[in-house]
Each structure stands twice: as C-alpha cells, then as structure tokens.
Write a protein that binds this ligand. Structure first.
Ligand SMILES: Cc1cc2nc3c(=O)[nH]c(=O)nc-3n(C[C@H](O)[C@H](O)[C@H](O)COP(=O)(O)OP(=O)(O)OC[C@H]3O[C@@H](n4cnc5c(N)ncnc54)[C@H](O)[C@@H]3O)c2cc1C
Length: 281
C-alpha cells in the first residue's frame, strides 16, 4: 500500500510535494476513480498521495473589491451557497454529479484533472479566471486558458500545488449556460456552453463564449469574439455564417461512449447562434 501524507500546514504540504512529488488530492472523486481496482479493493496508486482538502489556505472563499477568490479545495457545496458566486458558476456547479459529489468534489480538482468535459471550465474561461500555483520556491499566476496543454495535461509542475482560483465579478446584460448530457444528474457533458454578453444601446459592447467537451481543452477565442464586439445588434445575423464557420474549425469533437463528433459540433454551433441571435434585439 502506498504512503498517504496528511500535512498540517501548507508549508509542510509544499515541502512534501517538493521532496516526494506525492499526488495531491482533495475530494478524491476523480483520483479514486482513476486508480480504482474494484469493489472492496484499495486504489492502485502508482505513487505516494497527499490529502490537502483540509488546509485553511486552500479552503477559503472570499470577495474583496469585486475580486472573487476560491480556494482550490473549497467543495462545490460551499461555492453553490456563497452569496457572491456568479450565477453562471453556481449553475455549472449545481449540475455536477449529484449532491454526494458536490459535497466532496472541488473546483481545484476539476481544473487539475484537466478533463475536456470538466463542467466548471467553460464558465471559468469566460470569467477570465487566473490561477495561483505555489511551490517551495515561490508563487506564479497563470491564466486558466494557458494552464491546459491537452486532455488530462497541464503546466502544473510536480513540485507545485494549485492554491487559488481568481476572477473579477462579471457585469453583463445577458448570460447563457447549458450542459448537454444524457440525464439531469450524474451525467458527464456531451457539450457544455457558457456565454456572457454586454449590450450598450444598440451595440454589442462585449461578448465571451466558451465550450467544453468539444476539443482537447476548453474552447474560447477572443479573436472570434472581437468580430462581434462593437457591431450594431441589427448586423449580428449577417455576421453569423462566417462566425459559425470559424467556430466550426476551432471545435474538434471526438466520438466516444457519450456522444458522437457530428452531434457535438452541431449542438455547439446551434448554442452559439441561439445565444447571439436571441440577444440580438
Ligand atoms: C459520480 C461522479 C459524477 C461526476 N460528475 C461530474 C460532472 O457532472 N461534471 C464534472 O465536471 N465532473 C464530474 N465528476 C468528476 C469530479 O467529481 C470533478 O472533476 C471534481 O471537481 C474533482 O474534484 P476533487 O476534489 O474530487 O478532485 P481529486 O480527485 O481530489 O483530484 C483530481 C485531480 O486533481 C489533482 N488535484 C486536486 N487538487 C489539487 C491541487 N490543489 N493542486 C494540484 N493538484 C490537485 C489531483 O492530483 C488529481 O489529479 C464526477 C465524478 C463522479 C465520481
């Protein structure tokens, strides 16, 4: 059986991580599944593990001057019930798994697991989220979008921990979130969609669109969003064909046990079109 560390402080956790590269875990709802052997058997970890879900620095949720900070190990249940949680994120968290998973699972785990179908990733992407990574040698801030390098792959080093998740509270005139799954609970996404829009008078002042489960990592393109920003609302319909064609090349879904590539692409493009044109007038 592998050794499990249970550090008492963040300093101790970072030291252990630096010296042993032990695998950190919080809720364990991804890790235990990944290493499971079968009913009644302990998981077959291939390296030492370290529980970090109790560390005070990683379990704080706070809002200060419009900046929202979520500790990496705050469980979904607390995020859902916090009064400052943006509605779009509350909705995404409350559609994850079922209450038992929401009691244990954390946003830090969802991010570090780096599944293309991680449900918090599209809303976090449009919130322009930044992450704080820490090791014994210091701290660095990275954007959420630069964190992922492929399915299950990130820039997190073996000596680092994800400490916090930060974004500014959003101010938009419309938002959309949609999780397309086989059923309402305990279903992984076939497609996840999150979007914000800001209208000023008759013009589109800002728009942010992100999609999950349709490419190796979460999809968001500021370049494509910029094609709509500053345009009169009455022109949006004319811009849609070119825009959807460009999103069609960005979206590279796979066919797997949950859905097929064509379905995923069609649904994604429909969700973008419906969101933009519904908000047209
Ligand atoms: C029944 C069931 C239903 C589910 N439904 C959904 C769903 O609908 N949508 C969805 O997106 N996911 C779903 N999941 C997956 C999972 O619950 C989420 O991804 C959850 O957010 C993982 O959080 P955790 O704390 O349990 O992660 P853990 O399992 O503890 O860790 C996951 C990974 O992240 C790493 N890690 C965790 N915290 C840190 C940290 N602070 N620093 C560095 N590395 C870290 C771990 O080493 C591991 O590789 C489901 C899982 C189950 C079992």
């Amino acid at each position: 059986m592998v050794k499990t560390y249970h550090p008492e402080t963040l300093t101790e956790a970072l030291k252990i991580r630096n010296e042993t590269h032990a695998l950190p875990y919080a809720g364990g709802t991804d890790l235990m599944v990944r290493y499971r052997q079968g009913p009644g058997l302990v998981p077959a970890f291939d390296r030492e593990v370290m529980f970090i879900g109790h560390l005070p620095e990683l379990t704080k949720l706070q809002e200060k001057n419009g900046e929202f900070a979520i500790g990496a190990c705050v469980p979904y249940r607390e995020i859902i019930h916090h009064r400052h949680t943006p509605e779009i994120l509350r909705k995404a968290c409350s559609l994850i798994g079922a209450p038992a998973v929401q009691n244990l699972g954390t946003m830090g785990g969802n991010i570090c697991n780096a599944s293309p179908a991680g449900d918090t990733l599209p809303p976090l992407a449009i919130l322009d989220t930044h992450l704080t990574l820490q090791s014994v040698s210091g701290e660095r801030q990275v954007s959420l979008l630069s964190f992922f390098t492929g399915p299950g792959k990130t820039i997190l080093r073996d000596d680092e921990l994800l400490i916090g998740i930060h974004f500014r509270l959003p101010h938009f005139t419309a938002e959309g979130y949609r999780k397309v799954g086989t059923r309402k609970a305990n279903a992984l996404s076939k497609v996840a969609f999150a979007a914000f829009m800001l209208k000023e008078k008759d013009m589109l002042a800002d728009i942010r669109i992100a999609l999950g489960a349709v490419a190796p990592t979460v999809v968001r393109s500021r370049e494509l969003e910029n094609r709509l920003i500053g345009q009169p609302l009455t022109d949006l319909a004319n811009l849609m064909p070119d825009l959807l064609e460009s999103y069609g090349t960005l979206i590279q879904p796979i066919t797997d046990q949950r859905s097929d590539a064509n379905y995923r692409k069609t649904v994604s493009l429909n969700l973008i079109e419906n969101f933009v044109l519904k908000e047209e007038s």
